[in-house]
Design a protein around this ligand. Structure first.
Ligand code: ADP
Length: 323
C-alpha cells in the first residue's frame, strides 16, 4: 500500500477506537428535549406536531402497556401515501388512521416492516453504528430500563448525522489523515442514479424513493445539471392537513414550501478528499453530499450511510460478513 493508503487506514483505525471507547450517551448534548408521541394519536395530528416542533421523527409510546412502540419516521408517511394510492376511495379511512395503525398499513401495502432495533445508551457507540448499518436504519432509539419500575424508557434517538458530527468534532487528528479522493475510494453511488426534474410530480418522486429504497432524489435539468434535491422528509409538509390530492403537485412547488431553516444542499467533487467531507460535516447540517463535476453536472451521491459504512468497515471485510 502507498503511504497515502497507510495514513488513511491509520485515520480509520483511530476513529474506530474512538467509537469503541465512547458510548451512545456521550453523543447527547447536556440538555435536550425529546418529543414522544402517543401511539393512539391520529396520524394527521402527528404531522402537525412534527412540523410545529421542527422535527422529522419521534419515538412512539404505547401508553396502555407503558412500552416503547417504535420510531415514527418519514417512511411511515410514505407508507400512508402508498396506501392512499392503492385504495384511493378510502380517504375518509386514511383520515382516521392512528399511529398504532401504521403496522396494519404496512401489511395492507405489502411492505416488510423495518426491524425496530434499539441500543442501551451506555453501550459502546460502535455497537449502535454497526446495528444501524446492519438494519439500514438512519436513526436508532436509546432505550434504558427504569431501575424502580423495571419499565422501558426512551432516553433519546441518535441519527447517522449526529454520530458523524460527533466523530468529526472529536477526531480532527484522525479525519485529517483521510486524504484519498472520494472518487478513488468509490465512496457513494455513481451508476443508475434515480433522478427527477422540477416538473416531476411529488408522487412520482415518492415512488422512485420507494422503488430504490433511498431517502433523496437529485433534481436535474435537461443537461443533467443539479438544481436541487428532494428528500423523504420533504414529504411531511406536502401532506400536512391530510392533503393527499396535493401530491400531484410538482417537485418545484413542493420545494418552494420548505421551512426557512432548511439545511441546504451540499455538493462535492470526485477529487475531494474524505477529510474535507468531515470538515463539511463538522461545520454544517449535512444529510448527504451530491457529487458534481465542474459544470455542475450530476456525477454521484454520497449518503451518510455510505460514509459511516466506509469509516466502520473499510478493510474489515471479514468482520462485515460476521455482521
Ligand atoms: P441514507 O441511508 O444515509 O439515508 P440513502 O437511503 O439515500 O441514504 O442511500 C442508500 C444508498 O443508496 C446509498 O448507498 C446511496 O449512495 C444510494 N443512493 C442514494 N440516493 C440515490 C439515488 N438518487 N440514486 C441511486 N442511488 C442512491
Amino acid at each position: 500500500p502507498s503511504p497515502l493508503d497507510k495514513e488513511q487506514m491509520q485515520g480509520l483505525r483511530g476513529i474506530r477506537e474512538f467509537l469503541k471507547v465512547r458510548t451512545s450517551y456521550d453523543v447527547l448534548p447536556l440538555s435536550f428535549r425529546l418529543v414522544v408521541l402517543d401511539n393512539d394519536l391520529l396520524i394527521k395530528k402527528s404531522l402537525n406536531i412534527l412540523i410545529q416542533n421542527g422535527i422529522v421523527s419521534a419515538p412512539l409510546w404505547d401508553s396502555r402497556n407503558s412500552a416503547f412502540a417504535g420510531l415514527l419516521t418519514s417512511t411511515d408517511y410514505i407508507n400512508v401515501i402508498q396506501y392512499y394510492c392503492q385504495f384511493p376511495d378510502q380517504l375518509n379511512q386514511v383520515d382516521q388512521f392512528r399511529l398504532c395503525n401504521l403496522r396494519d398499513i404496512e401489511k395492507a401495502i405489502g411492505v416488510v416492516p423495518l426491524e425496530t432495533v434499539s441500543v442501551h445508551p451506555m453501550r459502546p457507540l460502535y455497537e449502535a453504528c454497526r446495528r444501524m448499518l446492519k438494519t439500514r436504519a438512519r436513526r436508532i432509539p436509546l432505550v434504558d430500563t427504569d431501575d424502580e419500575t423495571g419499565r422501558e424508557t426512551v432516553v433519546s434517538v441518535i441519527t447517522q448525522y449526529r454520530i458523524l458530527k460527533f466523530i468529526a468534532v472529536n477526531n480532527e487528528q484522525h479525519t485529517m489523515l483521510l486524504k484519498k479522493p472520494v472518487g478513488e475510494l468509490g465512496l457513494g453511488t455513481y451508476t443508475n442514479l434515480a433522478t427527477a426534474t422540477m416538473s416531476s410530480s411529488v408522487l412520482d418522486v415518492i415512488h422512485l424513493m420507494v422503488k430504490h429504497n433511498i431517502s433523496a432524489v437529485p433534481i436535474v435539468d435537461q443537461e443533467y445539471k443539479l438544481l436541487n434535491v428532494f428528500e423523504a422528509v420533504d414529504v411531511i409538509p406536502c401532506i400536512k392537513g391530510g392533503a393527499y390530492d396535493e401530491l400531484s403537485a410538482t417537485v418545484g412547488e413542493a420545494i418552494s414550501r420548505r421551512a426557512e431553516d432548511f439545511a441546504g444542499i451540499y455538493t462535492c467533487g470526485e477529487d475531494d478528499r474524505l477529510d474535507s467531507i468531515f470538515d463539511t460535516i463538522r461545520k454544517s447540517r449535512v444529510h448527504r453530499l451530491i457529487v458534481i463535476d465542474d459544470d455542475s453536472r450530476l456525477k454521484g451521491i454520497i449518503s451518510l450511510s455510505d460514509v459511516l459504512k466506509y469509516v466502520l468497515l473499510h478493510g474489515e471485510e471479514d468482520d462485515s460478513i460476521r455482521g
